[in-house]
Design a protein around this ligand. Structure first.
Ligand SMILES: Cc1ncc(COP(=O)(O)O)c(C=O)c1O
Length: 390
């Protein structure tokens, strides 16, 4: 149907997410096991919900500071400082409406028509969507997939894709969907390149707690100076099981604070004060929950890896970070149709690799953040069909 009045071409032409396309097909499927989106099946811990409830009941229902309550920003600065062993002040922290809004705020800040932002793929499609909404190009540089199914980044190719219109490099590590993690040496080279070019480095570290061979993922903040053009995107969604709360934060140079303050005014005008009290509780008392969640993910990862490894046509490596398997199936060339077939025949929801940009086709993404019994049942249903022609 034609639009009743003009719509900006980049909005009208925005490709809908293939993950969402499948997710919508799942409504009404009996005994569905959804492993297509990035969340588990455990609710937010009660003490976090209670803190938000209590705050709402006590009258925290009015407009509040756009960049977040000072109490939460203080708590976040403390969390970042102790997690990454760096000095950090609350002037460098801004609360956002989850990670997605943090990404959108940064796309608005750095990109416009004629610009490009260079992104590593396969990557979470929403990052590219945010850049495209601004009329800029999301320039994709794909990771190299090794014979064993693992991924590496060719830094020379990454840098060669930047030109005079490049405004930022966007790096997600640990990566959704591949689990790839940037090394400290690579981080240093990327940071040096951005400094030399005078461009932004936007680092999405929402999976920094989901690492299986070290305590936390290495943050660009650990090697950068406070006034480097570095912005780190973070979220309460994953580590504290708060996907539906829509709460996150950015860590940035202090000089960007007033810019974000102003920009937030015209986007969301700030996040809900009572939800921020839940976030304070999460930071103060959530460590045991986070550790337990990461441990469960490790077990889920091992369970899925063991089962996938038994299928000769599947090529998968055990990811070092995040909570996804991004695995190739020999002979499969249309992952969207194959994921639909799997959904209809088994009731298991996988995300098609083609949803994640260059280098994604031929793979499926499977989220292993759920409980082990659910993952085990999903694998019982999946293994036979993965051995068939897809
Ligand atoms: C790489 C990455 N960044 C950011 C997000 C944003 O999550 P949220 O908007 O729930 O904070 C996600 C969610 O899946 C993600 O995978």
């Amino acid at each position: 149907m034609p639009f009743p009045a003009p719509i900006q071409p980049q909005i009208a032409g925005l490709e809908s997410s293939k993950i969402v396309e499948l997710w919508q097909m799942g409504f009404g499927v009996e005994n569905l096991i959804p492993l297509w989106v990035g969340e588990g099946n455990e609710p937010t811990p009660e003490f976090i919900c209670d803190a938000a409830n209590d705050a709402l009941k006590s009258g925290i229902c009015f407009y509040s500071q756009k960049r977040g309550l000072p109490e939460l920003r203080q708590e976040l600065a403390g969390y970042m400082a102790r997690t990454f062993d760096i000095p950090l002040d609350q002037e460098r922290v801004t609360v956002t409406t989850a990670g997605m809004n943090g990404i959108m705020l940064m796309a608005q800040t750095v990109a416009g028509p004629g610009d490009n932002v260079v992104c590593v793929t396969p990557g979470w499609p929403n990052v590219m969507g945010a850049i495209e909404i601004m009329g800029a190009e999301a320039r994709q540089v794909s990771l190299d997939q090794r014979d064993d199914g693992g991924f590496t980044l060719d830094l020379e190719r990454l840098f060669a894709n930047c030109d005079e219109h490049t405004k930022a490099l966007f790096i997600v590590s640990p990566s959704n969907p591949t689990g790839w993690m940037i090394t400290e040496e690579e981080q240093r080279e990327v940071l040096a390149f951005c400094r030399k070019r005078g461009i932004w480095l936007i680092a999405d570290e929402v999976y920094h707690r989901f690492v299986y061979e070290q305590e936390v993922g290495n943050s660009f903040l650990q090697i950068a100076d406070p006034e480097d053009a570095l912005v780190v995107v973070n979220s309460f969604s994953k580590a504290w099981a708060m996907t539906g709360w829509r709460m996150g934060w950015l860590t940035h140079p202090a000089s960007l604070g007033p810019v974000l303050d102003n920009l937030i005014e015209f986007n969301t005008s700030g996040t809900q004060g009572f939800l921020q009290h839940g976030c304070i509780a999460a930071l103060r008392g959530g460590e045991p929950f986070v550790k337990q969640t990461v441990e469960r993910c490790r077990q889920g990862r091992d369970l899925v890896f063991q089962r996938l490894s038994a299928v000769p046509r599947v090529r998968a490596t055990s990811p070092k970070g995040a909570f996804y398997f991004f695995f190739a199936v020999e002979g499969m060339t249309d992952s969207l149709n194959a994921a639909k077939k799997i959904l209809h025949e088994t009731g298991v929801g996988l995300a098609p690799g083609s949803a994640f940009g260059k280098g994604g086709e031929g793979n499926f993404r499977l989220c292993y953040a759920g409980t082990l019994d659910r993952l085990s049942e999903a694998m019982d249903r999946l293994i036979p069909i993965l051995g068939e022609d897809l």
